[in-house]
Design a protein around this ligand. Structure first.
Ligand SMILES: Nc1ncnc2c1ncn2[C@@H]1O[C@H](COP(=O)(O)OP(=O)(O)OP(=O)(O)O)[C@@H](O)[C@H]1O
Ligand SMILES: C[C@@](O)(CCO)CC(=O)[O-]
Length: 482
């Protein structure tokens, strides 16, 4: 366990000025920021993955699986930034003063918290390269690649938003979202990192309960813009931004980005129905970048055919949004579910045509079809990852049990999750009522406790946004509903 001196000084350059900060030996006036946490959900794409990369509409909903990031400031004399990401076994430390701040703060390169960054800058990526090359040198190539993507997401955001006077800090991240399973794990960590850094440079207001929704929306928008930058670092390719948008805002959205130089069109679906969904992980690892590249290659080889498929997916997503929005849509009634289910079946078929399914995804569909208990589609990038099944009402428990037993035997994993959950949340300071309160009425979450929490249940029990008795009120969310 690392020995942490906690007594840092939070500051940053969120004031839009390009001037350098006061020399480090001068007394700093900004008060220290206590240890704090941020959290963001994973997502399922209900309709429209892949097509959304090409400007078509998609519907996505936040799930109850989440990432949690603990930020601890170090003492002023400790000029290091450390990442501890135990889910992927990543542990890395940089010396703050060795990082390429000058390249990131050059005129024309410097970006501010309110900027809209729509592409990664090759010169900045090149400046970061030597500092990523030293990450996990002792690991095999495939693992090092995963470590370097997560590290690049953090470093690009830190260097873009921070300055050389940034305080020494520890970033400890744990997630309950399976990685690379199509449930938006990368977006969720990007949102956490973007929100944490924006909070550290003191550019976000709230969240507080009586904050006007307009103001809350602006904070969400800023986090989302930077989370998108983090997503681009991880994917190493074009990302539509749907995952980070739903992970930031929470609930469910219709998302469309027709022009990459502009913000996307995001229509919140506040009353997203409680659909009876079965979420199954193939446990077949995949990479979003690889699957997105497959579609790009198909589009290059067969432009007209691919465009027709993408156009058809767009119509399916639009049709689903219209259906869900109807007053008479009833998520407990066969006729409504059947209409929606048929659209899921069509969407899945079109994804198969794009070449992003996988035999293990097809097996889930086959088993569900065989029992006749619902409608299945892959969700997320495909190539493995997860499938969602919309269950028919009144499915017999025997049939469901038979399906679940077969899935278990064939090494699939079933997830219990709810759709339409909260977006990015903040726990500041990192103190929670856990039933083991001290005199001040709360339990301080430190790195040691956080790292020791046992598995998903342990993390949820220690810091989860939902306690046993419902929402834990110390976690705060930007409320954007009107
Ligand atoms: N808990 C985590 N800790 C550290 N890095 C993570 C974590 N979760 C995700 N990542 C980063 O995100 C990458 C996975 O991103 P990828 O887009 O391939 O999968 P996904 O986000 O789970 O799926 P999809 O984009 O289809 O929803 C990992 O390789 C890693 O770099
Ligand atoms: C495959 C994709 O459409 C969804 C991944 O969850 C990629 C993206 O939108 O960035």
């Amino acid at each position: 366990m690392e020995n942490v001196e906690v007594n840092g000084n939070g500051n940053g350059n969120g004031n839009g000025s390009t001037r350098r900060r006061a020399p480090l030996n001068r007394k700093q006036s900004t008060p220290m920021m206590p240890a704090f946490m941020v959290s963001a959900p994973g997502k399922v794409i209900v309709f429209g993955e892949h097509a959304v990369v090409y400007g078509k509409a998609a519907i996505a909903a936040a799930v109850s699986l989440r990432s949690y990031l603990l930020v601890t400031a170090l003492s002023k004399s400790k000029r290091t930034i450390s990442l501890r990401f135990p889910d992927i076994n990543l542990s890395h430390t940089w010396n703050i003063d060795d990082l390429p701040w000058s390249t990131f703060s050059q005129p024309g390169k410097k970006k501010y918290y309110y900027d809209l960054v729509t592409a990664l800058d090759p010169e900045l990526l090149a400046a970061m390269k030597p500092h990523l090359a030293t990450v996990s040198l002792d690991q095999p190539d495939d693992i090092r690649k995963v470590h370097q993507s997560s590290a690049s997401c953090f470093l690009y955001l830190l260097l873009s938003l921070g300055s050389q006077s940034f305080p020494g800090c520890l970033y400890t991240l744990r997630s309950t979202i399976p990685i690379g399973a199509g449930l938006g794990s990368s977006a969720s960590i990007s949102v956490c990192l973007a929100a944490a850094l924006l909070l550290q440079i003191r550019t976000l207001s709230g969240p507080h309960p009586d904050q006007p929704s307009e103001e809350a929306r602006l904070q969400i928008e800023r986090i989302n813009r930077w989370a998108f930058v983090g997503e681009m670092c991880i994917h190493g390719t074009i990302a539509s931004g749907v995952d980070n948008t739903v992970a930031t805002q929470g609930k469910a959205v219709v998302f469309q980005r027709t022009d990459y130089s502009k913000p996307p069109r995001v229509k919140p679906l506040w009353n997203f129905p409680e659909l009876p969904l079965l979420l199954v992980d193939t446990r077949q690892p995949k990479s979003t970048a690889v699957e997105v590249a497959k579609v790009a290659a198909l589009k290059k080889a067969h432009p007209q055919i691919t465009e027709s498929i993408l156009h058809a997916i767009d119509k399916v997503s639009e049709g689903a949004a219209e259906l869900i929005g109807r007053d008479e849509f009833d998520s407990e009634e066969m006729a409504s579910l059947e209409d929606l289910g048929k659209l899921m079946t069509i969407n899945h078929g079109l994804l198969v045509a794009l070449g992003v399914s996988h035999p293990r995804l097809e097996r889930i569909r086959e088993l569900v079809d065989h029992e006749g208990i619902g409608w299945t589609k892959l969700t997320g990038a495909g190539g493995g990852g997860c499938a969602i099944t919309l269950l028919k009402p009144g499915v017999s428990p025997e049939k469901l049990k038979r399906l679940e037993d077969t899935l278990e035997r064939e090494k699939y994993r079933k997830f219990e999750t709810t759709l339409g959950c909260d977006g990015v949340g903040v726990l500041l300071p990192a103190v929670l009522k856990n039933g083991t309160e001290d005199d001040m009425g709360g339990e301080e979450i430190d790195q040691e406790k956080f790292l020791k929490a046992d598995g998903i249940e342990g993390v949820e029990e220690l810091v989860g946004v939902q306690g046993d008795g419902g929402d834990r009120e110390a976690w705060k969310f930007w409320r954007v509903e009107d």
